[in-house]
Design a protein around this ligand. Structure first.
Ligand SMILES: *[C@@H]1O[C@H](CO)[C@@H](O)[C@H](O)[C@H]1NC(C)=O
Ligand SMILES: *[C@@H]1O[C@H](CO)[C@@H](O)[C@H](O)[C@H]1NC(C)=O
Length: 375
């Protein structure tokens, strides 16, 4: 076989495969449409009427659940569907087009594929094209939470809230949109990135279109400097402002700094049971709240309440309401203890940390009148 023959085997085979799809064209492949919209889908066959008499072209509706309904054969809409669908036939010398339109506008259950399919006499598919129609659903509910505050009414003026300085994880949720909403959270004019949003299909919905619930959370540190800022959640469907919901808070950030006072201790090498004690005063504090500890300024070691290792012990005592005292006891003072800065640390429930050093001074030994004493 000569070369051109070999080329033909390849090219001619490709042509016969692609022929089926070349025969049909459809002007859209995918579309998002609102309920009530009136799109049109035009399917063109590059064949004449004689061909089509033997090889019918049908419009079919295919649900995402696998259901199939024949809408029309050539330009004839099936009995019972004529009040919903229209098929307009246009003819040229070389082609015929069948344009599908929707007499009552798009309905929710149109979500799925509309296919134009060319069959031969024995009902074998010769070619087909389809458009994936997504029926848009707007957001049904938006909810924005920070601390123990929650708002669900979108579009209202910012709600004023008072929050204590600290770290918060506001969460914004939307329900019931198709496609999934895109949620953004802003503090002032700054978008807070946080974690990627989580989208889940709403499985309680049984008929099409599918709808999605979306959740977005960010972590923010609020300081008194954020006072009067607006914390806002903006949720949009298809980046369309007409399908947007917005909920905002006007922040009032306050701080309740704890009052911490520590004794200054003077000790000498070898002294036993030397105690550094600090008093912490702040509303609600108790020894059991697990947010009081001591810290070694040299190596960062943390000594929690009831710590008891390597000659160090930590005690805590509830004094009166809102006041605790905590003690770091050194069993036997060494040179290393004088070289170390010891801090008491209090972390409030919003993760705001306050540190205070308890000072251990090294006493100088002096000899006076034959007695050894400390200064
Ligand atoms: C329809 O197409 C199939 C597959 O190509 C073929 O087997 C069948 O004979 C065709 N029927 C007619 C009536 O042409
Ligand atoms: C503890 O000592 C430091 C410096 O040594 C001093 O500034 C501070 O006032 C002292 N505090 C008390 C309560 O004596």
């Amino acid at each position: 076989m000569e070369l051109s023959g070999k080329i033909c085997i390849v090219i001619c085979a490709l042509m016969s495969v692609s022929n089926g799809s070349e025969m049909l064209t459809l002007d859209k492949q995918e579309e998002f449409v609102l309920v009530g919209a009136s799109p049109q889908y035009k399917c063109t066959v590059n064949k004449n009427a004689n061909f089509l008499i033997g090889n019918p072209l049908k419009w079919e509706k295919r649900g995402r659940d696998g259901s199939k309904v024949v809408i029309s054969v050539l330009a004839n809409v099936e009995a019972g569907l004529a009040d919903e669908y229209n098929v307009q036939l246009d003819t040229t010398d070389s082609a015929m087009s069948f344009t599908l339109s929707f007499k009552q506008g798009i309905k929710e259950d149109y979500d799925g594929h509309f296919a134009c399919v060319l069959y031969n006499k024995s009902n074998t598919v010769l070619a087909e094209k389809s458009v994936d129609v997504h029926v848009i659903q707007t957001i049904k509910k938006t909810e924005f939470k920070i601390g123990d505050q929650k708002q669900t009414v979108a579009g209202e003026p910012a709600l004023s809230i008072r929050l204590e300085e600290g770290t918060y994880k506001p969460i914004c949720r939307t329900e019931g949109s198709n496609p999934a909403a895109v949620i953004k959270i802003y503090l002032g004019n700054t978008e807070e990135m946080g974690d990627p949003q989580v989208e889940v299909p709403d499985t309680s919905r049984t008929q099409p279109p599918p709808v999605f619930n979306v959740e977005k959370s960010v972590t923010i540190m609020l300081k008194p400097a954020d006072n009067n800022k607006i914390l806002k959640c903006v949720a949009k469907v298809r980046d369309d402002d007409s399908m947007k919901t917005e909920i905002s808070y006007k922040l009032e950030v306050f701080s309740i700094p704890p009052e911490i006072s520590c004794n200054n201790i003077t000790a000498m090498k070898g002294n036993k049971f030397v105690e550094l004690t600090c008093t912490i005063k702040v509303p609600g504090i108790t020894c059991t709240s697990k947010n009081i500890f001591w810290e070694n300024g040299e190596n960062g070691d943390r000594y929690d309440v009831d710590y008891n290792q390597n000659g160090l012990r930590v005690f805590c005592l509830n004094q009166v309401k809102g006041v605790v005292s905590t003690t770091l006891r050194i069993d036997a003072v060494t040179e290393a203890n004088f070289k170390t800065d010891y801090f008491v640390v209090y972390v409030n429930k919003h993760s705001t940390t306050t540190r205070k050093q308890a000072i251990l001074n090294q006493g100088k030994a002096i000899v006076s009148r034959g007695h050894l004493s400390e200064v």
